[in-house]
Design a protein around this ligand. Structure first.
Ligand SMILES: Cc1ncc(COP(=O)(O)O)c(C=O)c1O
Length: 334
């Protein structure tokens, strides 16, 4: 049978991994009403695993397969604050790998339940220990990898296939979606992959695009960027999930970042709630920090600027936290 042209184009996915990427760019209206410029949100929450981490999990696992480091029946191990784990577990389920995820006690219950639902084994490690401590989630993942045959430790902080996924995916998508008009790119920085992979592609197209990272109070990134010094005194506990770091990941390319803006836990939580109410966009805690970062650029933005802010994950992952009045009250945020 000869099909008409419109039906001849393949329009299904052979498995869920084919639905990763090509997320929409949505113009923000009410929350940015005081800014003179156009602001678009890149909705990474609409990946099948509900976060940008789908992209890097697929990139890191595919590269390991191609290089023969991951064989059929193998085990994939990762240290993760939740979203990467979800994406890794999702891809392991599709590809038939065992999955062990090491996370910290800061992980929300929703995220923990989701990881287990996808068949992952989850090791919850203490939050306030140094990375080199044998109990830290980094050390536990490394030890498991040494003990288990035919296993790989993805190590998103130091695995440059993380940055690569955004360099080949998120960056070109944003360039295309803004028709090359983007002037500012704003994203939260944890491992650095989302900020720097995308940012690198964008400044290769137009070197004057400003690359702005969102950091947290309690993280070393901003100080390191400004002074080149790793300052232990910058490290203390905070609530914002997956933003900022107590290590310097290889995926943070400090040379391409114009600057970091640190955002407080409380305002980030309120902005995430405001995004849902004002724009109908239900996204996570780090998105609240990212939009607050955009609002703090007000004095330097002009009418012809085009800002793209990346929203890393979906708000449903925080129903027990920032979207829960009781949790907000317990934190003293209300
Ligand atoms: C919700 C959320 N926001 C922001 C980030 C930071 O992204 P990246 O690790 O690419 O710097 C992450 C990473 O884990 C995340 O899960």
């Amino acid at each position: 049978m000869t099909l008409p042209n419109t039906l001849a184009v393949k329009s299904w996915c052979d498995d869920v991994t084919e639905a990763i990427g090509n997320t929409p760019l949505i113009k923000l209206n009410r929350i940015v009403a005081d800014l003179p410029c156009t602001v678009y949100a890149k909705l990474e929450s609409l990946n099948p695993g509900l976060s940008a981490k789908d992209r890097i999990a697929l990139s890191m696992i595919t590269k390991a397969e191609e290089e023969g480091r991951l064989l059929p029946g193998g085990t994939v191990i990762e240290s993760t604050s939740g979203n990467t784990g979800f994406s890794v577990a999702m891809i392991c389920a599709v590809k038939g790998y065992s999955c062990i995820l090491c996370t910290t006690a800061k992980i929300s219950n929703e995220k923990l339940t989701a990881l287990k639902a996808l068949g992952a084994i989850v090791k919850v490690c203490p939050t306030n220990v140094k990375p080199e401590d044998p109990k830290s989630y980094y050390s536990v993942a490394k030890t498991l990898h040494e003990e288990i045959d035919n296993s790989i430790y993805l190590n998103q902080y130091y695995n440059l296939d993380n940055t690569e996924a955004h360099y080949t995916g998120t960056g070109p998508e944003i360039w295309r979606q803004t028709q090359g008009t983007i002037t500012h790119y704003v994203a939260a920085c944890g491992t650095g992959g989302t900020l720097c992979g995308t940012g690198k592609y964008l400044i290769e197209q137009n070197p004057s695009v400003k690359i702005i990272g969102i950091d947290a109070y309690g993280s070393v990134l901003q100080k390191y960027h400004e002074t080149g010094k790793f300052d232990q005194n910058e490290i203390y506990p905070y609530k914002l999930e997956a933003v900022g770091k107590n290590i310097i990941p290889d995926n943070v390319d400090f040379d391409i970042i114009d600057r970091f803006i640190k955002i407080e836990d409380k305002i980030a939580a309120h902005r995430a709630r405001e995004l849902a109410k004002a724009e109908g966009i239900l996204v996570g805690y780090s998105a609240g920090a990212a939009i607050e970062g955009v609002l703090r650029l007000k004095e330097e933005l002009t009418e012809d600027n085009v800002v793209v802010v990346l929203f890393s994950d979906h708000g449903s992952k925080y129903f027990g936290k920032v979207f829960d009045d009781e949790w907000m009250q317990e934190q003293g945020f209300m």
